[in-house]
Design a protein. Structure first.
Length: 331
C-alpha cells in the first residue's frame, strides 16, 4: 500500500493523567487510519500515535508506543488527557511547559481535555484565547487564570491550532475533531459511525450542574440563599430577598452580585432550572407541571429560559437524561 506523508500524534501521559482517555484516543486514531486506508489507500497517510512521558528529572520527553522509525518524526498534534485527580499545577509540571511552547512554535496542534487545559494555561498558550475545561474546575481555573476567556458551557473550544475540551469523556469529541482537522469531515463521520459515538456538537452545559457558592463569607446573602431554597415554587421579589437578608435593596443587589457573580434574578433562574433538571431526570410528571412546581406559571417562559440556560428544550433534556422508562409525562 502506498502511503503519502506521516501524521504523528503525541499523547502526553503526565503523572496523574487518565490512562483510559490516552489509550482510547490512540484506539480512535487507529480506527480512523484503518478506515481511511481501506477507503482511499492511494492517498492515506501513515499515522503514528506515540505515548509521550516527560522525564522531569532530565527534561527529556520519552516516546513510547511508536515504531523507532518514526519516533523522531515531528509532532503534528499533541494531546493532553484529563487528570484523574487534582489538576496538573504542581511544580513538578513546570519543566513540561517550555517543551509545550517549543512544540507550538514548531507548528504542532495543541489540544487538552478537562484538566489538561491547566497545562496549556500555565504555558501561556491560552493568553488572549477562549478556552474551556471541566465545569467542576471552572472556579479553580478562573482563580488561577483570571485573564483567560473561559467558556465553560462549551464542550469544545477552538482557537486556531489550540483546542480545549471540557469534561472527562470529551476526549471522544476531541479525537473526532482532530480526525476532521487531519483527514477531513468524511473520515470523521465514518470514524464516529464505526465507533457508535456522536460527532462533535454537544455542549458541556447539557451536563453541568449549577453549584451556587455558600462559602463567599457574606452571612446576609447566605441567609437570603437559604430562604430562597424553600421558595422555588413561588414568585419572589428582590425586595423580599433583601428583607430576608436585612439589607436595603440597593445594598443587597451590590453585595449579592459581589458574593455570587450573578444578579438575583439570574440566580433564581439558575436554581429553578437546576431543580427542573433533576425532576426531568427522575419524575414522570408533565413538563408543564414541573415548570409550575419550579416557579414558572407560564409554560412558554419556562421552556424559553430552560433552553437558554441548558441548551436543550425540556423535552429533549428528558429524552437524553431520564433515568428510566416512562409511561406518562412525555411532553
Amino acid at each position: 500500500m502506498r502511503r503519502h506523508g506521516v501524521v504523528h500524534i503525541g499523547i502526553v501521559t503526565y503523572r496523574g493523567a487518565q490512562l483510559s482517555a490516552a489509550l482510547g484516543l490512540a484506539d480512535l486514531f487507529d480506527v480512523a487510519e484503518e478506515l481511511l486506508a481501506a477507503r482511499r489507500p492511494e492517498v492515506a497517510p501513515q499515522l503514528v500515535v506515540s505515548r509521550l512521558l516527560f522525564d522531569v528529572a532530565t527534561g527529556v520527553m520519552l516516546t513510547e508506543g511508536a515504531d523507532e522509525t518514526f519516533a523522531k518524526t515531528p509532532l503534528t498534534a499533541i494531546l493532553l488527557p484529563p487528570s484523574r485527580g487534582e489538576p496538573p499545577v504542581g511544580d513538578e509540571f513546570a519543566p513540561l511547559l517550555p517543551w509545550l511552547r517549543a512544540q507550538r512554535e514548531e507548528g504542532a496542534i495543541l489540544a487538552s481535555v478537562c484538566a489538561g487545559a491547566f497545562l496549556l494555561a500555565r504555558a501561556g498558550l491560552l493568553e488572549g484565547k477562549p478556552a474551556t475545561t471541566h465545569w467542576a474546575l471552572v472556579d479553580d481555573f478562573r482563580a488561577m487564570f483570571p485573564d483567560i476567556a473561559l467558556q465553560p458551557d462549551r464542550l469544545l473550544v477552538t482557537a486556531g491550532d489550540i483546542i480545549t475540551a471540557g469534561g472527562l469523556m470529551a476526549w471522544t469529541d476531541l479525537g473526532l475533531l482532530i480526525v476532521e482537522r487531519l483527514f477531513g469531515a468524511e473520515a470523521m463521520i465514518e470514524t464516529a459511525r464505526f465507533l457508535l459515538i456522536d460527532p462533535p456538537g454537544r455542549e458541556q452545559r447539557y451536563y453541568s450542574d449549577f453549584r451556587p457558592s455558600r462559602g463567599h463569607g457574606d452571612p446576609n446573602i447566605l441567609k437570603a440563599q437559604q430562604w430562597f431554597d424553600s421558595m422555588l415554587s413561588r414568585d419572589v421579589s428582590v425586595e423580599e430577598m433583601a428583607g430576608v437578608a436585612g439589607l436595603e435593596p440597593r445594598t443587597f443587589l451590590r453585595r449579592f452580585q459581589k458574593a455570587l457573580g450573578l444578579k438575583p434574578i439570574e440566580y433564581c433562574q439558575q436554581m429553578r432550572v437546576a431543580e427542573a433538571r433533576r425532576r426531568l431526570e427522575t419524575s414522570a410528571a408533565s413538563i408543564d407541571q414541573i415548570g409550575w412546581e419550579c416557579g414558572y406559571r407560564d409554560p412558554a417562559s419556562f421552556r424559553k429560559i430552560f433552553l437558554r440556560i441548558v441548551g436543550l428544550t425540556p423535552a429533549d433534556y428528558r429524552r437524553r437524561f431520564h433515568s428510566g422508562d416512562m409511561t406518562t409525562g412525555r411532553d
